[in-house]
Design a protein around this ligand. Structure first.
Ligand code: FE2
Length: 371
C-alpha cells in the first residue's frame, strides 16, 4: 500500500504545462493580435458551430506553447462575470498529467480547493479527462489527461480552416514560468498551498530589500515541481513610498491573478527584433543600465550595444546567465504582460534586473498617474 506522499509524488510526477486559457472580451480580435504581434498560429476553434452555445474559443500555438482565447457570447455566466471584473487575462493555467483523477485526489489530500471533480469528455477522436482546482483569486488549474486523444486540440474543437491572419513566428519555444500577484501578506499562504497540495519545492525568494526602488517594493518566492518544468513565482506588494506595481495590478485586476508569463526563446535577439517589427511594445531599460552591465554580469556572448538597442536585460547566477525583456501590458488594464527569456545556464528569474526593471515600470506607472 502506498503512502499519501508516494501517491502525491506519483500522480503529480508527470505534471507539465498543457495550455494557458485566457478569458477576453473579444476572442476573434485577440486571436488576430496574438497571431500578428506574437507569431502564434491559430489551429482550432470551438463555438456555436461546433456545439458550444455560450462561448467562442480559439486555440493558438507556437513551439510547445498553446494558448486558448475564450469570449462569452452573452452577458451572463462565469466567463462574462470573470471578464467584467478582471478584464482580459489568464483564468486557467491548465496542467497536463497522466492521471487527472490521481492528481486531483493528491492535491485534495494536500488541502487544495477542488472546483471540478474528475470527469471525461469524449468525441470521435478519443477521451480527455479533466479535473479543476483553485489557485489565487479567480485563477484555476485544470488537470488535463489526454489519454492519447487524437483530435486537433480538445473535444468540441475543430481544425481552424479559415486563417485568422498570417502568423509570423518569432521563435517562442515553451513556457518558462507563470507569475501570480497576490494580496498583502498572502504570498506565504500560496507558497504553502503549492508546497502542501502539489508537493512543490521552493526554489528561491526575494524580499523587499532585494526588490525595491525609491517608490515601490515587492516580495517574491518561487515554487516548482521536482523536475523544474512548472515554475510559479508568487509576488506580494511590500511597503514603499508610493504605490507598488503589485498594488496597481491588484487594483486594476480586482484581486490576485496571473501577472506575467515568461516564454523561452533560444535566440532572444532575433525574437525581440521580430516582436518590435510586429509592433509589440516592450519595456525600455534606462540607458544607464547598460553602462554598468559588463561590470555587473561579466563576459557574455552578446554585444552590449545590440542589447542596448533592443532593451534586453541580463542577469547572472552561479550557473550561468540569462537574457530577458518584458512587454508592456497586453491589454488596456495594466495587468497581464509577457516576458521573453533566454537561459544560458542560469536558473535565475532576473533578481539583479528587478530594480532596473522597476525603474522602467514606474516610469510607465507615472504616465498613468497611478504611482
Ligand atoms: Fe519572470
Amino acid at each position: 500500500m502506498s503512502t499519501l506522499t508516494e501517491t502525491r509524488s506519483f500522480a503529480l510526477e508527470s505534471l507539465d504545462w498543457d495550455h494557458l486559457h485566457f478569458y477576453v472580451g473579444n476572442a476573434k480580435q485577440a486571436a488576430h493580435f496574438y497571431t500578428t504581434a506574437f507569431g502564434f498560429t491559430p489551429f482550432a476553434y470551438a463555438g456555436p458551430e461546433t456545439g458550444v452555445r455560450d462561448r467562442a474559443s480559439y486555440a493558438l500555438e507556437q513551439g510547445e506553447i498553446r494558448i486558448v482565447l475564450t469570449s462569452p457570447l452573452g452577458p451572463h455566466g462565469p466567463i462574462a462575470d470573470w471578464v467584467r471584473l478582471h478584464g482580459d487575462g489568464i483564468a486557467d493555467v491548465a496542467l497536463r498529467v497522466d492521471d487527472a483523477r490521481g492528481a486531483l485526489e493528491a492535491v485534495r489530500a494536500g488541502g487544495a480547493t477542488v472546483l471540478g471533480e474528475a470527469h471525461e469528455e469524449r468525441d470521435e477522436h478519443g477521451t480527455v479527462t479533466y479535473a479543476a482546482v483553485a489557485s489565487y483569486g479567480d485563477t484555476q488549474h485544470t488537470f488535463v489527461q489526454r489519454n492519447g486523444y487524437r483530435g486537433v486540440f480538445l473535444p468540441h474543437f475543430v481544425p481552424l480552416t479559415v486563417t485568422v491572419s498570417t502568423p509570423h513566428p518569432v521563435g517562442l519555444l515553451h513556457v518558462d514560468h507563470v507569475v501570480g500577484n497576490v494580496g498583502w501578506g498572502e504570498m506565504d499562504t500560496w507558497v504553502d498551498y503549492y508546497k502542501k497540495a502539489f508537493g512543490f519545492g521552493q526554489l528561491i525568494s526575494f524580499d523587499d530589500k532585494d526588490i525595491s526602488t525609491e517608490y515601490t517594493a515587492l516580495k517574491s518566492k518561487v515554487v516548482s515541481d521536482a523536475r523544474h518544468r512548472v515554475k510559479f513565482p508568487i509576488n506580494e506588494p511590500a511597503e514603499g513610498r508610493k504605490k507598488s506595481q503589485i498594488e496597481e495590478f491588484l487594483d486594476f485586476f480586482h484581486g490576485p491573478g496571473v501577472q506575467h508569463v515568461a516564454i523561452a526563446t533560444n535566440d532572444i535577439i532575433a525574437t525581440v527584433r521580430a516582436l518590435r517589427a510586429n509592433g509589440v511594445q516592450l519595456l525600455d531599460a534606462p540607458p544607464s543600465y547598460y553602462d554598468a552591465l559588463s561590470e555587473r554580469v561579466g563576459g557574455i556572448n552578446e554585444s552590449v550595444e545590440v542589447l542596448r538597442e533592443l532593451g534586453i536585460l541580463v542577469d547572472r547566477d552561479d550557473l550561468g546567465y540569462m537574457l530577458q525583456i518584458f512587454t508592456k501590458p497586453l491589454q488596456d488594464r495594466p495587468t497581464l504582460f509577457f516576458e521573453l527569456i533566454q537561459r544560458k545556464g542560469s536558473l535565475s528569474f532576473g533578481k539583479g534586473n528587478f530594480k532596473a526593471l522597476f525603474v522602467a515600470i514606474e516610469e510607465e506607472q507615472a504616465k498613468r498617474g497611478t504611482l
